[in-house]
Design a protein around this ligand. Structure first.
Ligand SMILES: C[S@@+](CC[C@H](N)C(=O)[O-])C[C@H]1O[C@@H](n2cnc3c(N)ncnc32)[C@H](O)[C@@H]1O
Length: 157
């Protein structure tokens, strides 16, 4: 999928549904104003105004990220952070990653034991089963169903 091409119409098509997922995620997380939250594959930054804490997004598509706030260009497989985050989320993005296993290892690298994790997987994705399995192997997650996505929420360990 070329996200640069669909960036302009993205919010009109998907914002409402993505906000519903973020609402479920928020209801299952503990969010304090001092917490640092990373959104991987943040797109147009629907999440970056949504949480009452210090949110930063990473996103490869320039056309997507320029529509949002606090989003820097980057890839899930090579996160440009040394510090650890309190919360890491990724909404309907993992099926787009070039190497989801590497991305999961990157998430682990920048997680503390108690870092809260919320990742949604597009159910119709060809790699749905394998990403779901790999996520459960690496994190302690519970599942919540939402229309097109399965939402996994929990902690690193
Ligand atoms: C369906 S959009 C979801 C965007 C946003 N999370 C939302 O909920 O609206 C998927 C996003 O994943 C991004 N993406 C693709 N490959 C990526 C990668 N290797 N690392 C991080 N994000 C990636 C795309 O550019 C796109 O913005």
């Amino acid at each position: 999928m070329n996200y640069n091409k669909i960036a302009k119409g993205y919010n009109e098509l998907h914002k409402e549904e993505q906000l519903e997922k973020l609402e479920i995620i928020k209801n299952h997380l503990e969010v304090k104003s001092t917490y640092r939250l990373l959104d991987i594959g943040a797109g147009t930054g629907i999440s970056t105004n949504f949480f009452d804490c210090k949110v930063i997004g990473i996103e490869p598509s320039k056309e997507m990220l320029k529509q949002g706030k606090n989003i820097i260009q980057g890839y899930a497989e090579e996160l440009q952070f040394k510090e650890k985050f309190d919360i890491i989320i990724s909404v309907t993005a993992i099926h787009n990653f070039n190497n989801y296993k590497k991305a999961i290892q990157e998430i682990k690298r920048i997680s503390k034991k108690k870092t809260q994790i919320a990742i949604t997987i597009l159910k119709k994705s060809k790699i749905f089963d394998e990403t779901r399995k790999e996520l459960h192997k690496n994190f302690k997650l519970k599942e919540y169903d939402h229309r097109l996505d399965l939402i996994l929420i929990g902690t690193n360990i």
